[in-house]
Design a protein around this ligand. Structure first.
Ligand SMILES: O=C(O)CCC(=O)C(=O)O
Length: 289
């Protein structure tokens, strides 16, 4: 479990660098459960996967991973990680997408150093580190040549086109940070930091899970919601993560720290704040000329 100071450091790293490597986020027992559930899902889809690979697909995403095994639902709010997710995204946190990926040996399929969200409208990313974050979870040791994630730390603060991602020598630049994860590790990053998966130059498939988190008011992908909501959206926290509406709560107002109905004191406080908010502008206005 991270201490409050560890959490502040991780948050500072996330804000400055744009990513944090979280070694051993999963216990060995959980890592093993994830690994065997992932391989069971892979085996169930072996025929479609083989067809895709035969057609030359560089990677395959297994469908509906939250329905494949309850362990994949358990990963959405890992107690060690959850406080950091709340700090990086905010109290209106919701799951946005899940991916279970097999990346086959070969060149990378990602664009060279890119932001996922550079072209979305209405956001000033240099000042919005909490817009959309991704968590890559690893349950097998990777070798440095096995399609690891690489980042240009701090680049989420750059103006557009500050870096030429096609510069041939960029990959070997000392400005690039590469994460070589071990089984049980995770990497959390701001989707606007320049990042990529490198070529998989080994003869082994790279496996990973990718959970994306955004805000409750955003539109989530179907892969972010388990089919059996009655079973899995069993707590107010999970209901929020899976986008389940609360009667009477606007999708802009959904907050993890306001899941319980307000106490009489909180109701009184918010009434007082509303009244003060109405009166204050009047008292502050300068006298008219
Ligand atoms: O490593 C991967 O599978 C994809 C990396 C990437 O570009 C992303 O997650 O946005």
């Amino acid at each position: 479990m991270y201490s409050p100071d560890n959490l502040l450091d991780l948050k500072l790293q996330f804000d400055t660098q744009g990513f944090v490597h979280l070694p051993s986020l999963l216990s060995p027992a959980l890592t093993e459960r994830v690994r065997s559930a992932f391989f069971a899902a892979r085996d169930r889809h072996a025929a479609e996967t083989a067809q895709s690979v035969q057609r030359g697909a560089p990677f395959v995403d297994l469908p509906a991973i939250l329905d494949a095994d309850p362990v994949f639902v358990d990963l959405v709010d890992l107690p060690d990680l959850f406080p950091l997710l709340r700090m990086t995204v905010g109290e209106d946190l919701a799951l946005n997408e899940t991916i279970a990926r097999l990346f086959y040996p070969g060149p990378t399929f990602t664009s060279p150093f890119h932001s996922d969200v550079a072209n979305v409208l209405g956001v000033n990313h240099a000042h919005t580190p909490n817009f959309l974050v991704k968590l890559h979870i690893f349950f097998e040791d990777l070798s440095p040549e096995q399609g690891c994630l690489a980042f240009i730390p701090g680049s989420q603060h750059f103006p557009p086109a500050h870096v030429n991602p096609h510069r041939p020598t960029l990959a070997s630049s000392s400005a690039v940070a590469r994460v070589v994860p071990r089984a049980g590790d995770a990497v959390l990053f701001n989707t606007h930091v320049l990042h990529m998966a490198e070529d998989n130059r080994t003869n082994r498939v790279r496996t990973s899970l990718i959970y994306t988190y955004g805000h409750f008011w955003m539109r989530s992908k179907p892969s972010a919601v388990p089919s059996d909501l009655a079973r899995f959206a069993s707590t107010p926290q999970r209901q929020q993560l899976f986008g389940v509406d609360l009667p009477g709560v606007s999708h802009f107002a959904r907050r993890l720290d306001r899941l319980a109905p307000p106490t009489p004191l909180q109701r009184l406080q918010s009434t007082g704040e509303r009244i003060a908010h109405r009166l204050l502008p009047l008292t502050k206005l300068p006298p008219r000329a």
